[in-house]
Design a protein around this ligand. Sequence first.
Ligand code: PLP
Length: 396
Amino acid sequence: MNSVIYLDHAATCRMRPEAIAAMTEAMEHTFGNASPSYSIARDAKRCLDNARAVLAETIGAGWNEIFFTSGGTESDNWALTGTAEALQDKGKHIIVSAIEHHAILHTCEYLESRGFSVTRLPVDSEGRVRPEELADELNARPDTILVSVMAANNEIGTLEDIGTLCRYTHDHGALFHTDAVQAYGKTDALNVSAVPVDLFSASAHKIGGPKGIGFLYVRNGTRLQSLIHGGSQERGRRAGTENVPAAAGFAAAAKAAFANMENETRAERELQAYFRERLLAAFGERNGDSPAPSGILWNGPVPGDDRLANNISVSFPGVSAESLLISLDLAGICASGGSACTTGALDPSHVIMAVSGDRKRAEGTIRFTTGPENTKEEIDRTIEVLGEALRRIRTM
Ligand code: PLP
């Protein structure tokens, strides 16, 4: 067993050996700037374009529809701001779900400050956007130019029905963006020829690639303003000297993630089932009517096709997740109390609030996200530490 038990793979992952090897090779041998026309620049350009082609293939896109960015946050900002600026002559209304990542929600706040209006669609108790509610909103607001709904939620693992939501959006003549940062590399259902989204955000570090690189898929013909201005890189749409080694590492990680997806998903499902069994055996499920102080509540859909295989979100209502996380940390166990990007903020998770409206539940929620290297022994140790921490907290 590793001395650290890492159960926060939705925050970031260890790099895959294939990604490290590809980056090392590129850093040693492909140092050129990909823009000029001499031979070392052409080598860098070739390396960049190979990476682009590999990534495009993973989602059924054309190579010229993939634009490298600095990660999921930039891709999300670009998709929303770029569409809003390009299409403001058509309308100034945007629809998102209430449980999007802050990269989307805070961009919406920015756009509101620039005169756009934003509807945040509620979700059901398992975190799903109801397609009929989207249709109603689209009917009510013919000035809608863009709908953005995440493919998988980073906190509770819900997989959204992107196919139906995208179809309804297109029926109303608006564009559809999905933040697929948590779903990319975990499901092969996100193929842009089968699910014809217009814009799609992905990030390398969530699938064992390097941090600081992602892509935005932009369907050919989609109107989108640039976010970053300068040189003519990325076919004039995203300026800045390209990070060729990171692109090579991203492509290698994606290749490995897609090649091993079936095996990794099977192993993660098995561990998820074991983890849930052990949590239930140790703490019991809280009955909605029972005033008993103990017991847990699950967040998100039951394990299966509607849920990421590596996510467990569990609430200990009335207990502070912060205290549990400190106890876990002291025992070398890494988990999260919400999305990593909001850790440290005092506000309860907007996702748990959206699915339950229960502040105590939100304050007592822990997210465990497993990876290929996790073992049942690590889960046993986690349950043991949680049990000790809960006993200590409850006798205080
Ligand atoms: N979108 C979702 C759903 C995420 O989970 C994250 C990161 O946690 C992001 C966007 C931001 O991605 P990045 O860390 O690559 O900027």
